[in-house]
Design a protein around this ligand. Sequence first.
Ligand SMILES: Cc1cc2nc3c(=O)[nH]c(=O)nc-3n(C[C@H](O)[C@H](O)[C@H](O)COP(=O)(O)OP(=O)(O)OC[C@H]3O[C@@H](n4cnc5c(N)ncnc54)[C@H](O)[C@@H]3O)c2cc1C
Length: 462
Amino acid sequence: MSTYDVIVIGSGPGGYVAAIRCAQLGLKTACVEGRDTLGGTCLNVGCIPSKALLHASHMLHEAEHNFAEMGLKGKSPSVDWKQMLTYKQSTIDTNTKGIEFLFKKNKIDWLKGWGSIPEAGKVKVGDEVHEAKNIIIATGSEASSLPGVEVDEKVVVTSTGALELGKVPKKMVVIGAGVIGLELGSVYARLGSEVTVVEFLDAITPGMDPEVQKTFQRMLKKQGLEFIMGAAVQKTEATKTKAKVHYKLRKDDSEHVIDADVVLLATGRKPYHDGAGLDALGIEMTKRGQIAVDDHWATSVKGIYAIGDVIEGPMLAHKAEDEGMAVAEVIAGKHGHVNYGVIPGVIYTHPEVASVGETEATLKEAGRAYKVGKFSFMGNARAKAVFAGDGFVKIIVDKETDRILGAHIIGPGAGDLIHEVCVAMEFGASAQDLAMTCHAHPTYSEAVREAALACGDGPIHM
Ligand SMILES: Cc1cc2nc3c(=O)[nH]c(=O)nc-3n(C[C@H](O)[C@H](O)[C@H](O)COP(=O)(O)OP(=O)(O)OC[C@H]3O[C@@H](n4cnc5c(N)ncnc54)[C@H](O)[C@@H]3O)c2cc1C
């Protein structure tokens, strides 16, 4: 039996970051992970593999659609799916091995196996029980299920199965027009699949700025994705190679069936804490099955903390990482802090979609007076040069003070551009502060500046 200052359960972005920060702060740290590799959902079956496939399929799209116009001649590349999966796996391996290296460098013990907490202050892994003054639960999440839809990870798959299909399907039906469904749906659409997205609501990407939602759906349609909106999936019927998706249109209750070679169930994720022994410990949970924590990520049991997808808040890797750093600082007696008002969300399709802070809808609901500054990428020289003029930057500011309250971007590099606004928001900046900052030409970031100018006397290039 070993004794630690901190044992972290789960090595996803929440857990591994917490472990590294604890070790950096001088705490004797171990991390329990049941998978064969470190890095959690994000590195193994989430952010990283999906971005590898998005990148590869985007390259194909560029070759097919834009090369000829730029004077690049020759046949477009064809898809070697096996090689694409090898590339995806090598990206995963480099990253998971990177975490292993960081654990060694920071002298963090990787306790291999599934961990449980038999009592406060103890973590059981296999037959061994380890003592820990503090325990951090970072066990993450798993794909949500849908009644009537039986997942076999071959024909009816979650995102995990969708990242390692045997071949590119001819017809794919995606259930759910959220981030994961649209990212993976657009991967397969670019690789040649006929992709139909079936969504319960009337708009894609719930919670996002409505103008962005509309523009995004229009762009995805242009790329070949089809949408059936307001449709409640009733059930799937699958053989070894095909499936049928039964759905009912909410507007008239009419029943329909659609055929697919692969069905991707992408209706969200739910917290995962099976086998960790939380019931016996009496840890308080929220109504939605998350571990309840206070402002310092402490659970209802002394010495046990929880972070990441297993607690409330957006299920995002960077939110988990921030909580990982903050909880380590709290345990070390410092002032860990996460600003939940400034957590960006990014969709890595082409173009990218990114948002941070308030939307017009949330501000209207709160009865707050606001102003909007908007700038189209059509007025951005760099974007036009790379066929990326479709899309816009929208900045929302407080009407009285000009303080930036939120931003919504759809267009080239949106996932990087959003961070300029995040930093501005962290510093409590006004749109004028952003507008007065010199931006290099020609860059996409000039569109952010122009949107900030649009909050005041107006943009220049529009
Ligand atoms: C397809 C897909 C794409 C995504 N893309 C993005 C993206 O682009 N950007 C983004 O921000 N987020 C993305 N996400 C979400 C992101 O992966 C999660 O928000 C993030 O991984 C949460 O981190 P975590 O540390 O809370 O948990 P996880 O990453 O889920 O890690 C939890 C780990 O704990 C381990 N574990 C669980 N129970 C035990 C136990 N009892 N003992 C030992 N080990 C245990 C699990 O094996 C797992 O490795 C994506 C998710 C998916 C599925």
